[in-house]
Design a protein around this ligand. Structure first.
Ligand code: AMP
Length: 228
């Protein structure tokens, strides 16, 4: 089996909110030892810590809009300076605008990192509202659940760690999802053409069984593996 011993890969996961970018990124992290770079997670951490960037991002995130390119690019730039990214990176939720994609192109060149693939998780928009508005995570271990699709086996208790506290994202409401999907189609969908033009785009059908989707992603990862 191929594992972390392989050369590091740099992967972008593209797709609308609810497509499963975070869930699938975690599977690829487990298998390949990559670092998951989620700008949503980094921004939520900045909001919690009350940094200047976090204060600026808070309101926009609650409304389902996009945080400014300046803030997001600065966060990514800093994160890419940490030594752990030498293991390879999976970008989840970044880039989201053409300005971010161009900035990432430059950052990767400057830091000597090669992009292996931008993988588009293809889903039906109509299903995303239900997917997003039912999701929650264990506050202790971060395991993800869904009211309908992946309920707790024992009510109130995390299957993975036994934790009894759970969290729902403040922006995972039916009202906010519509705005987030709109932002995706207006700002992020054009990136498909950006990566297609670079010959880096791959597509995976991301409706249906989570394990089948992971397996299709692994096929893409193997096909894009740098020669030994
Ligand atoms: P996510 O966790 O990827 O769904 O992101 C949650 C929210 O954080 C988004 O709705 C945006 O408000 C903000 N956000 C995350 N990543 C970005 C990004 N690359 N550019 C702009 N805003 C972002």
């Amino acid at each position: 089996m191929d594992g972390p011993a392989n050369s590091p890969r740099t992967i972008i996961l593209l797709g609308p909110p609810g497509a499963g970018k975070g869930t699938q990124a975690k599977k690829l992290v487990e298998r390949y030892g990559l670092v998951q770079l989620s700008t949503g997670d980094l921004l939520r951490a900045a909001v919690k810590a009350g940094t200047d960037a976090g204060r600026a991002a808070d309101k926009v995130m609650k409304e389902g809009g996009l945080v400014s390119d300046e803030i997001v690019i600065a966060i990514v730039n800093d994160r890419l300076d940490a030594p752990d990214v030498a293991a390879g990176v999976i970008f989840d939720g970044f880039p989201r605008t053409t300005a971010q994609a161009s900035a990432l192109d430059d950052l990767l060149v400057r830091k000597g990192i090669a992009l292996h693939a931008a993988i588009l998780l293809e889903v039906d928009d109509a299903a995303m509202v239900e997917r997003i508005s039912g999701r929650f995570t264990c506050a202790a271990c971060g395991e993800g659940y869904h009211d309908s699709f992946k309920p707790l086996q024992t009510p109130g208790v995390c299957d993975a760690c036994g934790g009894m506290e759970f969290a729902r994202r403040a922006d995972d409401t039916a009202e906010t999802v519509a705005g987030r999907l709109q932002a995706y189609h207006a700002e992020t969908a054009p990136l498909v053409a950006h990566y297609d033009a670079q010959g880096a785009l791959a597509r995976v059908d991301a409706m249906g069984d989570i394990k089948r989707i992971t397996s299709d992603l692994i096929d893409v990862m193997e096909a894009t593996r740098a020669p030994a």
